[in-house]
Design a protein around this ligand. Structure first.
Ligand code: HEM
Length: 554
């Protein structure tokens, strides 16, 4: 009797021809990718068996090898768990176009749809995005060590002396040594207190320059005066040098240089996501970064030459570079090279200036929009400090409303909206999802600060939420994941203490020392400009009027 033809759709197509050889193969319902290759091999080997047994044996060996590799590759991807949900995107560019140019907003929009843990392809690179407090905790606490590396970003490579700095170093002995030295001699509690006189001198200088502008009827460009003061503080503590004595051209050049570095460093460079075409530099970002890096390098080289020539003058009162030069050797033979020194200076000038200035500028802008908050803050400072002198650092702990205003600015306008990118080399499981190795991690700090499940009326600037009520105790220093403007975990901002002092001290001085008025007929523009930091697109340019007794400004 004739057997009926094989009509089972689940059966392997080759099985009807030579079933014995393929016993080891499980029929698959939906052949896809690698499985379709094995179907093809089965088919070829069956056909060749009918023609030539030697050829058939060779093909069968290939087939077995292929199956072995398939099994191994499944093992190495370790998991049958699903990837986190996310947009599919298009070939080569992945989801880059879906995310759009304002990536913090684009990713927040996508998270509404796909959830707080998303996986997407940015170009050909895998990227996982955390968009609420629980997701941030899962990555930065539970899987902190694994995600404590940085991706090898092309534009960052150019500006950081090939990642010889701290900010873009992988989690390894060099990074640990750089971080330890910074914390011990510059950014930690004790060092911070030691450098207080420098901050006082520079911020007083800033207020005096604004007072002069008021007397001459000139408007003040707020980010410029702040960055100038901050750069001088970093310059004095790091290389004993006021980097910018003058207002005007020189400080503008410096400001422009920092802005270019931070804006370019934050842009989504297609070459970073599709490494095969990085050399094309389609957006011209790399060329721009290299050019501005050359200017920066020239400045740092000159600073270090002058520093070396004047080292005898600093006997007994070393600055940060003197100290790290004397402590180059770490445990386990790790050494700080001359390039590391330049690269860490780069970190401190970039991470230590614009980040704080951006927060203060947004806080002033929000208060210009809402003068009730401005007046309440001025009243608080008047009641503690009076009107006869400037605010001092020692006044800060007595000013709770100032703290609330600063926290609210950090929540609504975090300076680095997507933090800095993290990177994991290995596969892992996060909240029931499989996250493959070689994936970047973005923490959407901006979206976390605006999560309506945590914050009432999240789009409104309302410092009151930190004075009383259920969110009053949330602290921005990295333990409460609902508010993480400095990040969290082992890669948390190394300068968070200094950053908090900068923000509170500058804002206190600016608000207490002056009343503020925009030029006649000008509207306050609240647009953002996306980059590694998120400043106002149009800087605040305002007329200030002194409100303290004249001797306070002398
Ligand atoms: C309000 C001001 C500041 C804010 C909002 C801020 C925010 C941040 C954020 C979000 C990160 C990335 C954290 C992560 O990767 O998870 C970071 C890293 C860093 N910040 Fe800040 N920062 C501020 C001020 C400063 C200051 C004043 C300095 C030093 C002078 C500084 C030095 C650094 C350094 C060195 C890193 C890299 C740390 C590492 O990779 O290990 N920051 N900052």
């Amino acid at each position: 009797r004739e057997r009926p033809p094989n009509i089972n759709p689940n059966r392997h197509p080759a099985a009807s021809l030579k079933p014995d050889i393929f016993k080891c193969l499980k029929p698959t319902q939906k052949p896809e990718g690698k499985q379709s290759i094995h179907h093809l091999l089965c088919f070829i080997s069956t056909r060749t068996m009918q023609l030539d047994p030697f050829l058939a044996a060779t093909v069968a060996a290939c087939l077995l090898l292929h199956l072995l590799l398939l099994r191994l590759s499944r093992k190495s991807s370790s998991s049958r768990l699903p990837l986190p949900p996310g947009p599919r995107g298009v070939p080569i560019l992945g989801a880059l176009l879906v995310v759009g140019p304002d990536a913090h907003r684009g990713l927040a929009r996508l998270a509404h749809h796909y959830g707080p843990i998303m996986y997407l392809k940015m170009g050909t690179s895998g990227c996982v995005v955390a968009s609420n407090a629980a997701a941030a905790r899962a990555f930065l606490k539970t899987h902190d060590a694994q995600f404590a590396n940085r991706p090898d970003v092309v534009s960052a490579r150019d500006i950081t002396y090939n990642r010889q700095n701290m900010v873009f170093a992988d989690n390894g002995p060099k990074w640990k040594l750089l971080r330890k030295l910074c914390s011990l001699h510059l950014l930690g509690g004790k060092a911070l207190a030691d450098w207080a006189p420098v901050r006082r001198a520079e911020f007083t200088h800033m207020v005096r320059s604004m007072h002069r502008a008021a007397a001459e009827g000139r408007p003040v460009v707020l980010p410029e005066v702040m960055v100038c003061a901050l750069a001088n503080i970093v310059g004095q503590t790091v290389v004993s040098k006021r980097v910018f004595d003058a207002q005007g051209d020189e400080s503008n050049q410096y400001k422009d240089m920092i802005v270019e570095l931070l804006t370019g460093g934050g842009l989504f460079n297609i070459g970073d996501f599709v490494p095969a075409i990085a050399w094309l530099d389609l957006q011209g970002i790399q060329a721009k970064m290299r050019k501005v890096h050359r200017r920066f390098d020239a400045m740092v080289t000159k600073l270090l030459e002058e520093h070396e020539a004047t080292k005898d003058e600093r006997k007994g009162r070393p600055d940060f570079v003197d100290t790290i030069m004397a402590n180059r050797q770490g445990e386990g033979g790790e050494t700080i090279t001359d390039t590391n020194v330049k690269a860490i200076i780069f970190d401190l000038f970039t991470a230590g200036t614009d980040t704080s200035a951006v927060i203060v500028e947004w806080a002033v802008a929000e208060m210009l929009k809402n003068p009730v908050i401005l007046r309440r803050l001025q009243e608080e400072i008047d009641s503690v400090v009076g009107r006869g002198r400037l605010v001092q650092e020692s006044d800060l702990p007595k000013l709770p409303y100032l703290h609330a205003v600063c926290k609210e600015a950090l929540r609504l306008h975090p300076s680095t909206p997507l933090s800095l990118p993290h990177f994991s080399f290995d596969d892992c499981e996060v909240d029931g999802y499989h996250v493959p190795g070689n994936t970047r991690l973005l923490i959407n700090i901006w979206a976390i600060g605006r999560d309506p499940k945590v914050w009432d009326a999240p789009e409104v600037f309302d410092p009151e939420r930190f004075v009383g009520g259920r969110t009053a105790k949330i602290d921005p220093q990295g333990n409460d994941f609902e508010l993480i403007p400095f990040g969290a975990g082992r890669r948390i901002c190394a300068g968070k203490l200094m950053g908090m002092v900068f923000v509170q001290y500058m804002l206190g001085l600016l608000v207490h020392s002056f009343d503020w008025k925009l030029p006649e007929g000008e509207e306050l523009n609240m647009d953002e400009r996306f980059g590694l930091v998120l400043p106002k697109a149009v800087p605040i340019k305002a007329f200030v009027t002194p409100r303290l007794a004249p001797q306070a400004y002398i």
